[in-house]
Write a protein that binds this ligand. Structure first.
Ligand code: EPU
Length: 345
């Protein structure tokens, strides 16, 4: 395991903020990860784990040890008549996995095509798009606990998955490093095309039978038209979660803005009923789409995405986010929660 000092992290975060890691090591095996943990413990270094760097905002200097997760591997653990149990290393690229599964006749992930990042990051925020969330397919998550490095396997239930949320963002934040994800994938294709833009795209290009490949292609097309490619315009996807609000506030806003989009939230015993609003719509209504604040630009085609064309630092990004959420709070009384995780600072 090679540990480098004062490493430039700008190429390793899709928002392209300038940042430096005091120390950095890439780990490709469980053994190397254990060595990294031992080093961190011996020298009392704070650990930061980076996957694809596509859902993080990095402060200019990360003290301690940054571990780049590079553990690879795709292994079929079990084959049943209707499904397969697949174990994937945390360092695998997410989109490459989606494409590979499609080629193998393993279905379910096609709606999640082109999501940037790694497999190990997928359960952390329970990635989701076009009507599908990854938790549906997760059987278990494997990893090491911090600081002792004990190997632990968490069932899906123990991962406490929710909308863009999991135990890894909460109770196990900084206490667990995901090393592999075990997915249960069906061998039969069941299309999920309830999302209007996806349905429209499929109607436009689909003449015959609806295949998983067609859904995959449609998702790629819709994403490419609406979301900026981080390779050309630095960004970290949706910057805010879609907010859950009280039924009272929802009805109040619905009266004022009858066209406001909103979504059902499954009722939970003992919890007052909630309604999910579209953060993109609120930000757009507040006039932010296409606007520049500091040097941060709100994307022209999706108000939920902040872009960083001039590759400026975390402070500028967070200031723009703060200005947007303050404005949305003042206009609509809705509190926006950030989606990416902030490292350092
Ligand atoms: N809208 C606007 N203005 C905009 C964009 C959208 O008014 O600039 C409206 C749309 O018309 C729609 C509503 O807001 O009625 C919701 O927009 P959209 O359907 O584009 O989805 P979203 O809720 O903004 C979520 C995910 C995306 C995912 C899409 C598609 C979150 C935080 N974001 O966005 O995920 O790709 O749905 O399923 O849940 C990501 O997490 O990085 C991400 C891109």
């Amino acid at each position: 395991m090679i540990v480098q000092q004062e490493v430039d992290l700008q190429p390793f975060n899709t928002l392209a903020v300038p940042a430096t890691a005091e120390r950095l090591c890439a780990v490709t095996t469980l053994g190397e990860l254990q060595d990294a943990l031992a080093l961190a413990q011996a020298e009392h270094l704070h650990l930061h784990v980076l996957g694809g760097g596509s859902n993080v905002v990095l402060h200019p200097r990360l003290k301690g040890l940054v571990v780049q997760m590079r553990i690879q591997g795709r292994e079929i653990l079990e084959r049943l008549p209707d499904s397969v149990l697949l174990r994937v290393g945390a360092g695998e690229n997410w989109h490459e996995l989606v494409e590979w599964c499609l080629g193998q006749g393993l279905y379910g992930l096609e709606n999640l095509a082109l999501i940037p990042g790694t497999v190990g990051a997928a359960p952390v925020q329970n990635i989701g798009a076009y009507g599908v969330e990854i938790f549906r397919f997760i059987e278990r998550v494997e990893g090491l606990t911090l600081p002792d490095g004990e190997s632990v396997c968490l069932s899906a239930q123990r991962c406490e998955f929710a909308y863009r949320d999991s135990v890894f963002k909460n109770r196990l934040r900084n206490r667990f490093i995901i090393t592999a994800v075990v997915l249960r994938l069906p061998l039969f294709f069941t299309p999920e095309i309830s999302y209007p833009a996806l349905r429209e795209q499929l109607t436009a290009e689909q003449a015959g039978e609806l295949t998983a490949r067609a859904v995959f292609n449609a998702v790629c097309h819709v994403r490419r038209t609406r979301l900026p490619d981080p390779q050309t315009i630095p960004n970290c996807g949706s910057f805010f979660k879609n907010p859950l609000v009280s039924w009272f506030l929802y009805e109040h806003l619905q009266n004022l803005y009858p066209t406001m989009p909103s979504y059902d939230v499954p009722a939970q015993p003992g919890v007052a009923p909630l309604r999910k609003l579209a953060a993109a719509w609120l930000i757009d209504q507040a006039g932010w789409r296409g606007k520049v604040f500091g040097q941060i630009k709100v994307h022209d085609h999706q108000a939920l995405v902040l872009t960083n064309p001039n590759r400026v630092g975390a402070d500028a990004v967070l200031a723009a986010a703060e200005a947007i959420s303050r404005d949305v709070k003042e206009r609509f009384g809705v509190v926006l929660e950030m989606e990416p995780q902030v490292f350092g600072g």
